[in-house]
Ligand binder design. Structure first.
Ligand SMILES: NC(=O)c1ccc[n+]([C@@H]2O[C@H](COP(=O)([O-])OP(=O)(O)OC[C@H]3O[C@@H](n4cnc5c(N)ncnc54)[C@H](O)[C@@H]3O)[C@@H](O)[C@H]2O)c1
Length: 456
């Protein structure tokens, strides 16, 4: 065990170690969030090591290949800290932890096929820490976890071997991550962060460390579970509100009301927070965070019926996309079977290269089940193969297509001239993200369906 000099439980010692840049940091899990986190710590001058079980990722990093090309601003930082030898990566967790004072966990917290949260990565690493963590270290969990996970599970996992006792010779806290993929540098340098420690002293120490690295507002919470509750509350708020406007959009469509116009005007009211309807809600956060709170409700014998309904609505939106498309084919008097459909956008949200839990997958499968031949175009995935389909390089194949279905509102799609869609064989255009102004297709020879846009 390395001869650590810093007692991470001691405010003054940690302060000194920051000033002298002698505090050593280990980030376990260097994916979408963990790598930018590790780079931020290294950029502040602290010796940082990233640990990951993904050997290719570790190898790429150590051979100076930046893996997060769609995260603006980090590539230069990456090369700079590698050059200065402030950052490296490894698969050897024991060595890395042994040579560190501060351990950050940025491990995945996905869910299984039954929508049950899967904390296995944290459980595995928690058990490993029980054997390898140096006394007087500080562990900070950045992963999104349910309120109570630290208090009820993580502490006993780390204490399992009997070497370590919480508040006696190790400490723990949370700093749940709020950043958006594609905007992480912006978010890390602008968004306030939540901090919760196992006691007030640890909360203060974590705040001091994060202030040193990120210089953003730090919001100190009473404890870990309250900080995690805030993180989930903010994301689930979005999931529910998207469900709310999506359900309204289904009704407004029938009434011939343009939901986008409704929302535009509603925004003018001081206490209205706008959310937009769409083809479904994906990504690594919102759906999972709702199921995390539903799991907490199950554990505590509570019912969270609004979240349950919100999930049901958001998960039904791909079916509505299929319905809109089938309606349009009916109007054109052409069977959808054997038709060629171009799905535009497969990312779960605009302007990022990320297909985690994307509704596009379900939409594509449903079209295929109806016998359509699906093509996909997404500027973030050009020339790769996704969902068993080659992603088109451009829309040169448009004349071959019977229908175009816009599933993701990438900025690039907003710039497409409406007349480009007229090149299509059957001229059916479905917009699930409110990016085509219905006025612009008036008097054009297009059969148009806009999700939540009424009849045009
Ligand atoms: N991606 C986001 O937009 C986002 C935003 C806010 C919060 N979060 C939360 O941050 C956490 C991390 O998410 P992410 O998107 O960075 O995930 P990710 O999958 O991109 O990265 C996780 C990394 O952990 C590694 N890993 C898995 N098991 C490991 C183990 N046992 N030991 C070492 N490494 C291991 C994986 O190989 C991967 O590189 C999650 O809890 C997520 O909910 C994510």
């Amino acid at each position: 065990m390395s001869d650590l000099k810093i007692n991470m439980n001691n405010f003054e010692e940690v302060k000194k170690s920051l000033n002298s840049k002698s505090l050593r940091v280990c980030v376990i899990g260097i994916g979408r969030i963990g790598l930018p986190t590790a780079l931020s710590f290294a950029k502040s001058g602290l010796q940082t090591i990233g640990v990951d079980i993904n050997e290719n990722l570790v190898q790429d990093i150590n051979s100076k290949k930046f893996p997060l090309k769609d995260e603006p601003g980090y590539e230069n930082i990456f090369h700079d800290v590698l050059e200065k030898k402030l950052f490296s990566a490894t698969t050897k967790i024991a060595d890395a932890v042994n040579n560190s004072d501060l351990i950050l966990l940025s491990l995945p917290t996905p869910m299984d096929e039954n929508n049950i949260p899967d904390y296995s990565a944290l459980i595995i690493v928690g058990s490993q820490l029980s054997e390898i963590l140096n006394p007087n270290s500080l562990v900070i969990v950045e992963s999104t976890i349910e309120p109570g996970f630290i208090e009820d599970e993580m502490i006993s996992l780390i204490s399992k071997s009997g070497r370590l006792k919480i508040e006696d010779n190790f400490s723990i806290g949370v700093c749940p991550e709020n950043a958006n993929p594609g905007e992480i540098l912006h978010d890390f340098t602008n968004l306030p962060r939540l901090v919760g420690g196992i006691n007030q002293n640890i909360t203060k120490i974590i705040t001091m460390i994060y202030k040193y690295v990120f210089s953003v507002e730090l919001i100190e919470m009473e404890n870990c579970k309250t900080a995690n509750a805030v993180k989930l509350t903010t994301n689930v708020f979005r999931d529910i509100n998207i469900a709310f406007v999506s359900e309204l959009a289904l009704m407004f469509e029938k009434l011939g009301i343009d939901t986008m116009k409704v929302l535009e005007a509603a925004k003018a009211k001081y206490n209205f927070q706008v959310h937009y309807p769409g083809a479904g809600v994906g990504g690594p956060c919102l759906p999972i965070n709702s199921y995390q709170l539903l799991n907490t409700a199950r554990r505590t014998g509570t019912k969270l019926s609004i979240i349950e309904s919100g999930r049901m609505i958001n998960e039904s939106m791909p079916d509505h996309v299929i319905k809109l498309t089938c309606d349009a084919f009916n109007e054109y008097k052409k069977p959808i079977k054997n038709s060629k459909i171009l799905v535009m956008g497969i990312s779960y949200k605009p302007n990022v290269k990320d297909i985690q839990l994307t509704p596009a997958k379900e939409i594509i499968e449903k079209f295929q089940n109806l016998g359509s031949l699906v093509h996909i175009y997404d500027p973030f995935f050009s020339s790769t193969e996704i969902f068993g389909l080659k992603v088109e390089d451009n829309f040169e194949d448009m004349p071959e297509m019977d229908a175009v279905v816009i599933v993701t509102g990438h900025d690039e799609f907003k710039r497409i001239e409406i007349d480009s869609f007229l090149k299509m064989k059957s001229k059916i255009l479905i917009d699930t993200r409110g990016i085509i102004d219905p006025i612009s297709i008036k008097n054009k020879n297009l059969i148009f369906r806009g999700l939540g846009r009424g009849d045009f």
